[in-house]
Design a protein around this ligand. Sequence first.
Ligand code: HAM
Length: 420
Amino acid sequence: MPRYQRPIGTRDIMPEDQPYWYYVRDRARHLAELAGFERIDVPIFEATELFARGVGEGTDIVDKEMYSFTDRGGRQLTLRPEFTAGVVRAYIENGMRVRLQPVKLYTFGPTFRYDRPQRGRYRQFTQFNVEILGEQDPAADLEVMLLAWDLYASLGFRDLAFQLNSTGCPQCKPGYVAVLKEYYAGHEDEICQDCRRRLERSPLRVLDCKAKQCQPIIAGAPHILDHLCTGCAEHFATLREYLDLLDRSYTINHRLVRGLDYYTKTVFEVWAAGIGAQSAVCGGGRYDGLAELLGGPPTPGVGFGSGLERIIMVMKELNVEVPPLPKPSVFLAHLGPEAKREALRLVNALRQADVGAYLAFGERGLKNQLREAGKRGVRYAVILGEDELAAGTATVRDMEAGEQTSVELAWLVEWLKARV
Ligand code: HAM
């Protein structure tokens, strides 16, 4: 057992996994930019208060999952458990309201939740997050959903379907909560402890309960869609019409309520096989009241976050292939101190000419050096020995063809550059 181990729920992303990470980030970035999203980066930690207010006291994230600390100046800070609150804070703080609206932003980065670690669930994970700020058209909801869809489709996901619901707005949500509470009052003895607490603190979350005893009660619960105000109902109907228009299938999920308090109207998730029961590869929705809640001007918003670890997990499950990352295709072997000096000069010249090259370290026999060249998978091994130096040449071995050529040192960089 090594003396130091990474903290529970964190991962080392090893070199062999990096091609997936590069590929997914490239695809996500490309698709976001095609739709006019611009990148923003916000701090990894923010005032605790921002998340407490934004995500909401009473949510699991705020009550149980935040990495919070007091800094040396006595400030209460929290490692971001999600991006939306920080992005909306940045929108307000940087006066982005005076820019052309809506403002469309995307970001990548580590996020932290003291979650129960399991497959696809970590304490440090990486989100790709997009937000459209300053637009209430349901076409904006559609746009973020399409971005998620197109990303997964382009990564090789199959059988995509959205889970879709509406959580209403401050006009209609309280009415529904009252109806829901009344219904649950008739089942008080049958529900789990957690749901009794949820009914007090965040009532909609009872619909999300996984406890066996609560399932029949959830199944009979009233649907929020039957209690939406005209505005919310129209918004939802229009979004559905647009999704149908573009042939994107979705399932209306009356139990989908999401674990963050800021949502209004649309909420959605994409579920994928292979990451554990009902685990979302992406979750998002509209949050028209968040900017005001954080002290900014009223600014509607909609977006989603998607965990890169979960995306990559699904890709591996589906055996999706990704292009390898570039590696040097030249290896410089040398025999004797003078040849080593020439090799040092050459490896530097090759890299300056944008030709990737490895240098054999130390002083070893040629066989040993060539064995390393083979293991590194290079196409060309350059051999510099005393005879070669005396003749002003290098021996170049084509490792694939097994052939050797003598190349003048003065031409070697160009010769290799033309071939790799
Ligand atoms: P969320 O559903 O809490 O939403 O997280 C979004 C995504 O982050 C999840 O669908 C999942 O892929 C990933 N994720 C969450 N927790 C973990 C974890 N412990 N380990 C690995 N991956 C995880 C939000 O964060 C909202 N801010 C999304 C949003 C943006 N809504 C509007 N705009």
